[in-house]
Design a protein around this ligand. Structure first.
Ligand SMILES: *Cc1c(COP(=O)(O)O)cnc(C)c1O
Length: 412
């Protein structure tokens, strides 16, 4: 990985120089002597106006014109056929998995390198996450490695794919677009087709990321977006399901609104479902954020190019750039630290320590989900690459407000 980085010798003195160099470069990119957050929301007058209007209307809960408008605007921006707004990204993913037919005692292929919500949503279905490895190139699921792995571990039984070891059905593949970077979705689609598996995309981090000019989250049978406070745009808390399938969209709406059969006054619910509908109040904020989204995305591109320029030719770290088939939203910028012959988290932790104490908020990627006590006993493939990625990466300050905008949004 990152061939440009020499395998640096391990010496405390050399490490101290390397760490100081990284701190200086980040400081130079953020262009402020103040403390900076990892990722803060950017809220301004427009958000205030729409939220005030929503409060004044009295329609603050699960019905209202902002929810409908937000869904229309999301579908238009992403090019998805349909968007269904939800209370958060995790609930969106839960419903996507149900749409894909995931059920009790199924297994679902997902990356070990992800936020816990990916595996939790699988668990909510009574299914078991089955963790697979990532590739350095895209930060996401490695389609070739997955193909080889499934050829070994799975057998076809009629129209079902069975894990030879556990005997459980493998029901779906859930790739995640890591830090906003698109997975190689075409390669994954080929692998999925080989084994007859549906793809559900965890696109929680990738609003504004395109794979060959097509928006991420529009390839699988359904996908989940998140509008949590730390994402590229926020509704306070919120999420959405994207799909191109009219029937699945209707089913998503039904499942997220307690399966209430439309009727002027009767309470008929035709299955046990969920109260996952996004409130109008949150959607009001979402409409404002989406109107400003093109500006957010431009500023993220600018920030990424500042990091790119700052770290070009640098021996201390390499900027994690977009790969050839994507146009990334650069939700979270990140760097690779030099490879060591005995990879550990030691250098990474020292960089995290130094940057955070210098007022530059940085974070590691997640610990592998397969290492969490709650998921330790789940099936998994070899995870060597994911593990090294965790050891060698540091996420950098990436707020929209670090770049001056074309309009005056209040940023603090
Ligand atoms: C944020 C996130 C989610 C969940 O979104 P919430 O809105 O916080 O529920 C799911 N998957 C990934 C990869 C995320 O980053």
């Amino acid at each position: 990985m990152s061939q440009s980085l020499q395998s640096a010798a391990i010496s405390d003195e050399a490490d101290a120089v390397l760490i100081a160099d990284i701190v200086n470069r980040i400081r130079s990119v953020v262009q402020t002597p103040d403390s900076v957050a990892l990722h803060e929301p950017n809220l301004g007058e427009l958000e205030q106006r729409y939220v005030n209007d929503c409060v004044a209307s009295g329609w603050v809960s699960s019905v209202g014109r902002y929810v409908d408008q937000f869904e229309r605007d999301l579908a238009r921006y992403t090019g998805a056929g349909y968007a269904v707004a939800t209370v958060n990204g995790t609930s969106a993913l839960h419903v996507c998995l149900l749409l894909a037919g995931v059920g009790r005692d199924d297994e679902v292929i997902c990356p070990a390198l992800s936020f816990v919500a990916t595996a939790n949503a699988i668990s909510y279905c009574g299914a078991v996450p089955h963790f697979v490895d990532a590739e350095v190139r895209t930060l996401g699921m490695d389609a070739d490695k997955l193909k080889n792995y499934l050829s070994e571990v799975a057998r076809v039984d009629g129209d079902r794919l069975i894990n030879r070891v556990t005997g459980r059905r493998i029901a779906a593949i859930v790739p995640m677009h890591t830090l906003g970077h698109s997975v190689d979705i075409a390669a994954l689609q080929e692998t999925a087709d080989t084994f007859g598996l549906p793809i559900v995309e965890d696109a929680a981090e990738s609003l504004g990321t395109f794979y060959n000019d097509r928006h991420t989250g529009t390839f699988g049978i359904a996908s989940a977006l998140s509008f949590n406070g730390n994402k590229i745009m926020t509704t306070g808390g919120g999420g959405a399901i994207l799909t191109n399938d009219e029937k699945l969209a209707a089913r998503a709406k039904h499942l997220t609104t307690t399966a209430k059969v439309p009727h002027p006054w009767q309470y008929v619910h035709d299955e046990i479902a969920f109260n996952y509908r996004m409130p109008n109040l949150n959607a009001a904020m979402g409409c404002a954020q989406l109107e400003r989204f093109a500006d957010f995305r431009d500023r993220k591109q600018t920030l990424a190019s500042r990091y790119r320029d700052e770290f070009v030719g640098c021996q201390s770290a390499a900027f994690i750039d977009q790969w050839e088939n994507e146009s990334s939203n650069f939700w979270l910028n990140a760097i690779w630290l030099p490879a060591r012959s005995q990879p550990t988290t030691e250098l990474r932790n020292a960089v995290l320590e130094a940057t955070n104490s210098a007022g530059l908020m940085t974070r590691p990627m997640w610990d592998l989900l397969s290492d969490l006590s709650i998921y330790q006993s789940c099936p998994k493939s070899d995870l060597t690459v994911s593990r090294e990625m965790v050891q060698r990466s540091v996420c950098l300050p990436s707020s929209v407000c670090l770049v001056a905008g074309s309009e005056s949004g209040k940023t603090q």
